[in-house]
Design a protein around this ligand. Sequence first.
Ligand SMILES: [Zn+2]
Length: 284
Amino acid sequence: MSPLELGEVTVTRVIEIDRSSFPTLSMLPDSTPDAIARHHHWLRPHFWDDRTGDLGSRIGTYVVKTPRHTVLIDTGVGNDKPRDGSPAWHMRRGAYLDDLRAAGVAPEQVDVVLCTHLHIDHVGWNTRSVGDRWVPTFPNARYVFAGEEWEFWRHEKDACIADSVVPVVEAGQAALVDADYAVDDWLRLEPTPGHTPGHISVRLRTSAGEAVFSGDLMHRTVQVAEPQWSSRFCYDPAKARATRRAFIEVHADSGVLILAAHFPTPGFIVRKDGGFRFAPMNGR
Ligand SMILES: [Zn+2]
């Protein structure tokens, strides 16, 4: 994605991993090949990946530069982290920090890190390995977590909480906030629960219009047309479904740009033929 200028705000994307470890049929257990194929006519080519023969997917970070702050939204999988059962994520040695620098951001320049939720593919670069410790990757950043999300995960035994979230809290860099917290005049959190208990989206308001970073409210573009399909990783699939439906209804034909964590490209939710579709921004 080339940098987006939205009025006084710039949005770029640093892609850490350019495909999913999970085929769509596995990620969305209620989907079927026939039901997905009915949407191929609008899913191709923008949301399709010919390398995998499946819907496109990405893991990474949105970098938002407001007039006040340099903000990272979600931090991918991370390097050097033991992730048994996920070969593509296990002990990675990726070039994420180089790619972040190429996007114009050195680690010490990051003011705020926002995690839409505390899953393994959204918190990884919160920390990096130094000696035998995990330290915050962004030394001058405030890490903003929804308090409800932290309260849920702090009692779980997930490796990614232990190596990518707890060290940030222990370093005193975490801000545990309400789900409607305002970062500055441009960015504000909104609760979008279901995928996880405290999942949030981030609304961007600029002089040139609005955008929403919707995290894992949706994983694949086909869910815009089939919002009843929750992912295999949703904590509360029924609530995720209700949140997703409401989000799609509200944003359809609104002109609000949707930047989902895993979609291959930003775009817009549009009404078409009695249903909904995702439309790429300028065909990018
Ligand atoms: Zn995710």
